[in-house]
Design a binder for this molecule. Structure first.
Ligand SMILES: Cc1cc2nc3c(=O)[nH]c(=O)nc-3n(C[C@H](O)[C@H](O)[C@H](O)COP(=O)(O)O)c2cc1C
Length: 218
């Protein structure tokens, strides 16, 4: 696919069909993503794909946690400050406002999709060692973006979501991730359910006006 086309297609999908994703394709995508740059070529990332029965078990266990009111406990929460500066806070607030508008008060669809792990037939969990500098979080983000663009180039749809890593101990258990690794983020992969309302809410989130984020000095 033309790069511009891939890049323009990078929109999230909140409900996938049951169609399975070829495991060899996912491995090929992750292997290519290893080309991503990282600080001093440290390559702090690791990727764990869950599909089939173990993924269904994780979905079930996560849902039970949600229903029992177990609080989300992301590994990154311990590392990253949750005190947001006004700039991203305002961007998030604007997004929240548009959600109410575009979702026509159907925010429950959004919540349901998250709670059901977007019905993703495959999820790639991304980790870095628990002992990591902030640079490794940056590197993991680059690695994740490479995976997403390569996935789109290979005809897949993507769903990056922190809600997928709300219960990292469960993820570690089902994806067989060693204790010493932080489960930073996860990306659902699959094929979009075109009939799902949550994918068709006429909701295309805007981006901040370019002048607000860019300055040239010469
Ligand atoms: C780090 C990260 C975490 C995200 N977490 C969630 C999530 O938990 N649930 C969700 O529905 N969307 C999540 N998203 C998707 C964003 O809400 C989405 O990318 C944003 O609203 C812009 O929409 P677009 O990518 O379709 O243009 C996440 C995206 C990123 C990059």
């Amino acid at each position: 696919m033309d790069f511009e086309e891939v890049f323009n297609k990078e929109r999230v999908t909140r409900k996938f069909t049951n169609r399975r994703v070829n495991e060899k394709l996912i491995a090929k995508i992750v292997e290519k993503a290893q080309q991503s740059p990282s600080l001093l070529n440290s390559q702090p990332w690791r990727a764990y794909t869950l599909m089939g029965e173990p993924l269904e078990e994780l979905k079930k266990a996560s849902k039970e946690n949600i229903e029992a009111g177990v609080k989300a406990n992301e590994d990154f929460a311990s590392m990253l400050s949750l005190n947001w500066d006004t700039f991203p806070s305002q961007n998030m607030a604007t997004m929240g406002a548009s959600q109410t508008y575009f979702f026509r008060n159907k925010l429950n669809l959004f919540t349901k999709a998250n709670n059901e792990m977007f019905n993703a037939p495959a999820i790639v969990f991304l980790t870095i060692p628990k002992t990591s500098p902030a640079w490794s979080v940056f590197d993991l983000g680059i690695f994740a973006q490479s995976i997403m663009l390569l996935a789109i180039d290979n005809g897949l749809s993507i769903m990056p979501a922190h809600s997928l890593v709300s219960y990292p101990d469960l993820v570690r258990k089902y994806a067989r991730i060693p204790e010493g690794e932080m489960v930073g983020m996860a990306i659902g992969l699959g094929y979009p359910d075109k009939s799902a309302e949550v994918n068709d809410l006429k909701y295309v989130p805007d981006r901040v006006p370019f002048e607000k984020i860019y300055k040239l000095t010469k």
